[in-house]
Design a protein around this ligand. Sequence first.
Ligand SMILES: NC(=O)c1ccc[n+]([C@@H]2O[C@H](COP(=O)([O-])OP(=O)(O)OC[C@H]3O[C@@H](n4cnc5c(N)ncnc54)[C@H](OP(=O)(O)O)[C@@H]3O)[C@@H](O)[C@H]2O)c1
Length: 361
Amino acid sequence: MIEVYMKKAIDIANRGSGFVNPDPLVGAILVKNEKIVGQGWYKFFGSERAEVMAIKSAGEDTRDSELFINIEPEIDEKYDEYISFILNSGIKRIYIGIPNPRVGRGGKAEEVFKPLGIEIEYGVLKNECEELNEIYTHYINTGTPFVFTKWAMTLDGKLASRTGDSKWISSEKSLEFVHHLRQRVAAIMVGENTVRLDNPLLTTRLEGVVISNPLRVIVSKYGDIPLNSNILKVDANTRTLIIASEKIAIEKEVELKNYGVDIIKLRERQGKIQFEDIVKALGERNIDSLYIEGGSSLLASAFESRVVNKVYAAIAPKIIGGKDAITPVGGVGIEKMNDAIRLSRVTHQIIGDDVIFKGYI
Ligand SMILES: NC(=O)c1ccc[n+]([C@@H]2O[C@H](COP(=O)([O-])OP(=O)(O)OC[C@H]3O[C@@H](n4cnc5c(N)ncnc54)[C@H](OP(=O)(O)O)[C@@H]3O)[C@@H](O)[C@H]2O)c1
């Protein structure tokens, strides 16, 4: 049952998806006499703590209960108030999924709670809890965003037809998967040519949930973006950031800024803006996660700089052919198979007619 309760904590933690960054997703389940008596989740950045919400939702009935929480609580603010609240609740044991890389005042949970007579057990559904907060853990440890890539390709390995048409390679169900990913991340990125050819919105579109749109990030050295592009339609909930070269013409910069977009200028090296510089700049702006959607040239650049942490690839049962039709990762490529980037912890799932492949670098 311990795993069942932790799985529930993970499920409700996910309700904060898109709203808590750069904090972790947290879910808490309170159990007494083998019955769930309370539950809570971290709703948005700065909101009430999941475990506090869980205890409050249980009302009076919390003495000798057990708390399941997917990540170790980090207690900094209102420390004394928090400790007395937990003590007054009468919780006897806390099951924790993973340790928190950021330790609060008073130290780790076991250092704080054990002396107070509360038992602590770490490692319940460790792998699932790790994946749930891989963004948070990476960002706290490195200060740069966790980088996902996701592309949809045909069975013959093409990202688009020879004319650049890619709407749509994958099934509607896989497209829904994309929108869940967009909901989760702080920023989504495409290259200038994808903006020109696809004119994407890059917003999150999901039924039945409150939407969180990621920051739209476009890599465009000299700001050569059609002025009727959807990404230039900006408001408080759909913002755009252009990563440009420091050599961008001042008139271009002013013109784009007049549309309400933000611009970061980075130096060019060997004709490119290096991804190491891009992730550093985004990390400094509290962007904990970046989802690179394409196209081929941008993905090549990201892989060359070795900033990619996780790959999703949707493979659709369609064949389009064409030696000039681009493949997901362009660039010059490697010479020898021995130099290939190898993925680990590989899994796949079938969504609609497509296979979605997942692996880590
Ligand atoms: N099936 C899918 O999942 C999917 C997803 C997205 C896009 N697409 C397709 O992909 C195609 C577009 O791909 P693409 O390769 O032509 O274009 P792209 O990657 O979208 O954009 C290429 C542009 O970005 C610039 N760029 C890339 N990396 C850069 C870097 N590190 N620094 C500065 N500039 C950089 C390139 O500059 P340089 O010219 O200097 O290299 C080029 O101007 C479209 O047909 C679109 O439909 C498919």
